[in-house]
Design a protein around this ligand. Sequence first.
Ligand code: ZN
Length: 434
Amino acid sequence: MATSKAFRSAILHCQDDPAKVGFEQAIEYFEDGLLIVADGQIQAVGPASDLLPGLAADTELVEYPNGLIVPGFIDTHIHYPQTGMIAAYGEQLLDWLNNYTFPTERHFADKEHARGVAKVFLQELLRNGTTTALVFGTMHKESVDAFFEEAARSNLRMICGKVMMDRNAPDYLTDTPESSYADSKELIERWHGQGRALYAVTPRFAPTSSEAQLSEAGRLLQEYPDVYLHTHLSENKAEVEWVKALFPQCSGYLDVYDHFGLLRPRAVYAHGIHLEDAEFKRLAETDSAIAFCPTSNLFLGSGLFNLSKAEQYQVKVGLGTDVGAGTSFSLLQTMNEAYKTQQLQGRKLHPYKSLYLATLGGAQALHLEDKLGNLNPGKEADFVVLDYQATPLLDFRLQQAKDIEERLFVLSILGDDRAVKATYAAGECVHQRD
Ligand SMILES: [Zn+2]
């Protein structure tokens, strides 16, 4: 039996969606808690007073007296190749793609370039407490190899895929239906289930794939039913109109994906800003999920995601940063902007719901709730230590906070990478702030 480690701190995690069971019932909180970890998995969690007496003599005890342990954050939509073009000025979606994104992604044909960006990207995720992400590569299969090779060094549970894109993009970035099928298949065989790596079939979005290519994406999902489908949906009004013009035989944007068999469990659609009610209904029926990306939706002027509608139709939702259109790697900052997008629609986004979206909700959207999302025994030991004293203002403000609900809300509004004291993946420290 491997030596176990125990972490003593305040501990907060979710057991369910607050929209389903109520706010207090959805969470579990230990003011003075203990988290016991061995073999990369969580062995026990509970009050320190209950668990300390039973600790094995050789257990290493780590104490975080001004900290809060929460599950590792889950980012359900992000583009690693866009790390170097975050904060690009002046465009909405379609011009932003042409003017910034495509020229940037061209360089990922060079695997060593891709590796360098992957290193920066993964470091940035861990600095922000994100331990799992659903990640776009580029159309080059080398981009995915470089990403998974780097993620394996820290034993991270990451999902990535090669972009499939055969039209409406520069020649230097397009593949063909046949090559995209063959390259994706090769990558699935090489990476899916290898260590903690998982593969996502990744057509960029409907406008950049021909019908033949979307058919090939559907074929891959039939051949490999437990891989992911990762793409974009109804982000921008001009984009929605373009899709309708490109696929006049379909009844709307979501129907295009439906037509090719891409609505299913483990299908994750980024954005879903301009969805009709019937589309929410269809997402729920097919157990497809939405990645809610508020910093990106504000930055590109795309619109406000209707979270209440998703709850009404019981569509699974996770939070996404969507870097490089998103403006922060921090899920805390993403919770902050999520709160504001709901305020603009007259809704109060409760801090427990925000935490749920960034952890267990993301795990459920990815069908990984048996492994990730909270700190229950048997789950993979991915967790974050947040620091109540990270900045002078945070320290001062939190001294006025009356309970954990208020402390969590303040952390989500004022916190960012500075509030992440340490990040653990499979029980090992993969980032230490100081
Ligand atoms: Zn995106």
